[in-house]
Every structure is written in C-alpha cells, then in structure tokens.
Design a protein around this ligand. Structure first.
Ligand code: WTA
Length: 646
C-alpha cells in the first residue's frame, strides 16, 4: 500500500485495494470462520440464536423472530433475562477476582473486580428500591465518566428500571427537556467534576433542570469534589444511601426480551431530541455478538473504548457488550491532551490494553499533534483497533494502523447509529480483508442496499442512500412496533429502515459511507457529498482536519467552502494549491472550493463532532443561533474574521 499523498484519493466510486488480516490475528480471532456469512444467510433469522447463546436466559425464548416481513417484529419472544445478571453475576463463579472496571480519572484511578462491582451494584439497587423506584420507572443519570455511572446503570437494570443517561456536558436545559419528556422523578448526579484541570459545577445545572420540569424530582448527589455541599429537601447523598445498603443483595428482576433496557436521546431530523428505547434481549444479544465477532473481545482482555458513556457508543461498547462478555473495560475521565498529548498512549501502555476503539475525529487530532506522542510509549499490547462515529478517510486509517497499531493491528471501521443499537456494517477482522476508507460489508445476518431517491437500487459504485432491508436484533422499540418514526417505510411490500446516510457499494459488497445525506452540497446542479470533498482534502499531506460546507452562491447556487486546519508548520499558500489540485484530481474542477479558509481548529461539540451548521452560518455570514453545544466557542470569532466577505 502506498499512501495517496497529494493526489487525493481515487474517489469512492472505484474499488479500493484490500489488505488481508494478518495470519496471527485470524488464528486467535473469536470469529475466524469464512463460512459465517453463508451460514447466517442460510439460517436467517435463526442464525441470531448464536448471539442469544452468548447470554444467560432465565426463561428460554420460544422463537428467534416473530413477524419476519413487517412490524411488529418480536425478537426472542417468550424469553426472559436480566442484563445486570448477564454483566455481573454469571461471571462470579469463574472470575470474581478479575477486574471488571479500570477507571482513570483526574490524578486518581480506581479498579473494581467483578465481585466488587457486584457489591456496588447490589447496594445501589437496594438503595434505589428503598427510594421507591419500581420496575419500568425511568431514572435519569447525569454523571461524567466515573465508575458510579455504570454502577447506577447496572443497578437500574437489575431492578428492571429504565435508565436515561444524559451526557454530563449537556446544559441544564437539555437535561430538563430529557427528564420532562420521560417523566423521570429521580435524578442521579454529582456535585461537580474536573475537566482540563478545572471544576465543572454539575449540581448547579442539575438544580436548574429540576426547577424547570413539571414533575417533582428527587436528586441523589455523588460527592466528587469533597466540598461539603448542602443538600436540601428531596436531595440525598449517594455514599450515605450506598453505605446504608452495603452488603445487601437484590435479586435481578427477570425482564421480557422486548422490555426496555434503557432510553437514550439522539438528535432527530426535526431538531427535537428523539427518544430511542433499546430492548433487554435483542439489544444485549446484538451488542454481545458484535463485541465478540467484530471487536474480538475476550474475557482475558483489557479493552478500552474511549467514548463517553453519555452517548450510545459508551452504552453499547463500554458497558453492556464488554461486561456481558466478562472482560475488563477501561473508563477514562479526561481529555486526550491533558496533562500531555500522550495521555491515551500512557494509559494503553500502563494497562497493556489489547483492543482500542475510538473516533476518527480523535485520530485526526492525534495526527495533528504528531507521531512523536504515541512513539514515546510501548503500544505493542494492542491487537485490534476500531473506529466509529463518522467516515474515516484513507489517510487517517493508515496513520492509525501505522502509528498506533505498529503497522500490524487490523483496523475495523464500524458503522452504526444510536437507532441501530449495535454495529451493522464492518469488516470481521478474523475473516475479511480490510479496505481503508470503506467500512466493510453488512455483518452476517444484516442486509443493506444502496438506493436512489425513488428507492431503486443504484448500480455498484454509484452513490445513493443506504437502506437496511431486514430487521436486526438490536433494533429499537419504535422500529419493532412499526410506530411512525419517520425513518422506516415499506417499499413495494418490503420493509426498510432509512439511516439517512449516503453510501456506495463496490463489487465485493463493501460499503463506503459518504456522510449524512442531509450534508450534501449541490454545486451547479451537481451533488457532492461533503465527505467526498473532505476525504480528498484530508488526503493532502499537511492537512490535519477539514470540514466542507455549502455557502450560497449567486451563480452556482451553492459554493464549496473548505475549512482546513493544517498540521504544525505548513505554508498555507502551498497547501492551498495542493488542496485545489487534490479536489480536482479526485472529483473534478467543478468541485474546486470557492474558498479555503485556514483555522487552528474546527467548531466541535463536546463529543467531538464538527458542527457543520455553524460553519455554514459562518460561511453565509448568517446569525449563528444556539452555540451552547460547542466545546470551543472561542473559535467562532476567528472563523468569522478569516472567512472572506461576500
Ligand atoms: C455516522 C454513533 C461513517 C453516520 C455510533 C451515522 C458513521 C451517525 C460511522 C450515527 C462509520 C457512525 N462510518 N459514518 N463507521 N459510524 N457514522 O447516532 O452518519 O451518534 O448515521 O451513533 O454517525 O451517529 P450516532
């Protein structure tokens, strides 16, 4: 493989070169059977029994899937189970003294064996029950990345209580909206926490949200700062509640496979938060199976997903998948560059992390900081690398494999969404060749297609919209029941789910994602995906990160504005010429950016997603609107003055 410097990538429409998984990886992989695709196809939907078999069921299910052709779909009907039992109790006979959690915080760290985790979860479950929480109630959790976050989640599900985790970095308004919509009457939060060395006043935000909602809310407060916070009426101290029940045991409440395990909100197309309810049986089976087959997680591993539990990635692949498989999962509370830019690699080395799962935006930041930071550490424990959250361009993929994976570790690019609950498209690293830049094939048992606006399949290599054409075990309640969710529909007599992602599929069935379909830019009647442009620009040596938006243009309708954050000491004039050449080579001069604007950073949400909406507003000279979700609002003024007057 040569890196496609300067010339940009070949375009998504051509087949990408494939890289076989190394033999040493396949030899030890959980999933190394090349016939797995055929077997799943032949046995569908019964193939998903294999996923269910990774769990312990209280009551065996009667059928794998009821309602194959259309909603309502019911996975594992008749089966009952408890997620807390599956993530903790069943591991105790074999590995009670093995670590379940490793927590790295701000100047402190803590570990929990499975036995210690069991003790915590039982005590907190007993305390919640005493506070009057009952099966199917919704408890809202507003905690940063501390061990008590998964403890409270598991305590809830032990009782059959639905948790509603709200990302700790959200505002009090966002918290209030999510509490009110669920009618949640109990909130678990903390006094505050440290971020980049300074304290965030979490309880203040929680107090404001509590006052803003209609229902009465009692609040359990975890003391993180040790500042002797005064707790008024309906406020309870976490440690006091926990200690009062220390040593008690609570029987896990058996739940129907289709009962809700948790609720999580995501951004819907309407601009209002959209509630996604995941199930106890189908979801847990799907996350366990993908943790095993895609992320190759083994009980003996130290596994680290660097996401925040406040997002779906953390729910599925920090808490439920890894713990269901009985592995050691790492929780990190902090940022990747504090105190130093080698923070993550220091953690990988210290704990000898086997599998590391992160987001392309983080990888692009690592590239920007330079390879000298990972080079300071022994990363040879890493066996497998994963990415999720957005398309990863070929250059970032190669950098990740080279500088983090020692040029050896396979990289799995995993495509999924809050709505899908678990991974749907990725390569199976013990079976499939990898194609950098393409996520991979739909997993065994998953069927997708790429269609045009009329819903008809496009030719191989043509861009279109991805559709999922069969139900999957991790599907959320609204899709199972067929209620109107705006994203599922019937085409002819075929049920489909529309994730709203643009994609192409190549001759081997590998899907390349082109970004959200609502991010398309139409220049002079030709539609370009922001991803396609970004991928071309990101392939240019000296570019650390880029985001492309459409700005109104008098003649072409829309013009391409490229915001580019360059690596260290790169001459901008030279870079500009090479970016133009790369776009021309990859797509054509019709797509050459109208403006290339250099910036030290892009506006990002706290989860690291680039806020294109704000860049579009900046490019158009419009009002910026709500900027409260930004992690770096200070960058906006700089961007406004750097953007050419129109
Ligand atoms: C995008 C995060 C390309 C996609 C798990 C999807 C990806 C949205 C990938 C869901 C990937 C996620 N390649 N795009 N590997 N993974 N996406 O709900 O647009 O926060 O629809 O779930 O992220 O984001 P969400």
């Amino acid at each position: 493989m040569t890196r496609p410097h300067g010339s940009g990538r070949k375009t998504a429409l051509k087949d990408r070169p494939a890289i076989d998984p190394p033999a040493w990886f396949a030899e030890q992989a959980n999933q190394a059977d090349p016939s797995v695709y055929e077997t799943f196809e032949r046995e569908w939907p019964d193939c998903w029994r294999r996923a269910a078999e990774l769990l312990d069921w209280e009551e065996a299910y009667d059928s794998v899937l009821d309602g194959e052709d259309g909603p309502p779909f019911e996975w594992f009907a008749g089966g009952t189970l408890n997620a807390s039992y599956n993530c903790i109790d069943r591991h105790l006979p074999e590995r009670k003294n093995q670590l379940a959690l490793i927590w790295e915080g701000h100047g402190e760290s803590r570990t929990y064996t499975y036995r210690e985790l069991s003790r915590e979860v039982n005590a907190v479950a007993a305390a919640l029950r005493e506070r009057g929480v009952e099966e199917d109630d919704v408890v809202t959790i507003y905690l940063p990345m501390v061990p008590e976050l998964p403890v409270v989640m598991l305590a809830c599900v032990r009782l059959g209580v639905v948790h509603n985790v709200v990302f700790a970095g959200f505002s009090s308004g966002a918290l209030a909206e999510r509490m009110e919509r669920t009618g949640s009457e109990l909130l678990v939060t903390c006094d505050g926490y440290y971020r980049r060395g300074s304290a965030v006043a979490q309880k203040n935000k929680a107090d404001n949200a509590r006052i803003a909602v209609e229902q009465d809310v009692s609040v359990v407060v975890l003391d993180r700062l040790g500042r002797d916070v005064h707790l008024g009426k309906d406020y309870y101290d976490y440690a006091t509640l926990r200690d009062a029940h220390d040593g008690e045991t609570v029987d896990p409440v058996p739940r129907d496979a289709s009962d809700t395990l948790f609720r999580i909100y995501t951004s819907g197309t309407t601009g209002e938060p959209k509630a996604v309810d995941h199930t106890t049986g189908g979801y847990l089976a799907h996350v366990a199976w993908t943790s095993e087959s895609v992320l190759d997680v083994k009980p003996t591993d130290t596994y680290w997903c660097s996401a925040d539990i406040g997002w779906i990635t953390g729910h599925s692949y920090i808490v439920y998948g890894p713990l269901a498989l009985g592995t050691t999962t790492v929780l990190y509370n902090g940022t990747p560059d504090h105190p130093e830019k080698d923070r993550l690699w220091d953690i990988v080395e210290r704990y000898a992390v086997d599998v590391f799962y992160t987001a392309p935006t983080a990888i692009r930041a690592f590239m920007k900081w330079g390879e000298e930071y990972p080079a300071q550490h022994d990363l040879s424990s890493l066996r497998l690398l994963g990415t999720v959250g957005e398309p990863i361009d070929e250059r970032a993929w190669q950098w990740y494999r080279e500088h983090i994976g020692g040029g050896e570790a396979p990289v799995v690019d995993t495509w999924w969404q809050t709505e899908t609950g678990a991974i749907l498209v990725a390569t199976l690293p013990g079976v499939d060749a990898m194609k950098p830049g393409a996520a991979g094939k739909p997993l065994p048992g998953i069927e997708t297609d790429v269609v045009d606006p009329a819903g008809e399949p496009v030719d191989r290599g043509e861009a279109g919209e991805l559709v999922v054409t069969r139900p999957w075990p991790g599907m959320p309640r609204a899709l199972r029941t067929g209620e109107d969710w705006g994203a599922a529909s019937v085409h002819g007599d075929e049920w489909r789910y529309y994730p709203e992602d643009g994609a192409t599929v190549d001759g081997d069935g590998y899907v390349t994602f082109l970004g959200r379909i609502d991010d398309a830019i139409n220049v002079a009647g030709r539609r370009f995906s922001t991803m396609e442009l970004e991928s071309a620009i990101a392939g240019v040596e000296g570019v650390a990160e880029t985001a492309v938006v459409g700005a109104n243009h008098a003649t072409t309708g829309t013009a391409v504005y490229a915001y580019v954050s360059p690596e260290g000491n790169c001459a901008e004039a030279d870079l500009e010429a090479r970016i133009e050449a790369a776009v021309e080579a990859a797509i054509g001069s019709v797509a050459t950016p109208e403006a290339i604007i250099f910036t030290p950073d892009l506006p990002k949400t706290r989860s690291g997603k680039v806020m294109r909406r704000l860049l579009t507003a900046v490019a158009n000279g419009d009002e910026l609107g709500d900027t409260s979700a930004l992690r770096n609002p200070e960058i906006l003024g700089e961007l406004q003055s750097a953007t050419p007057d129109r």
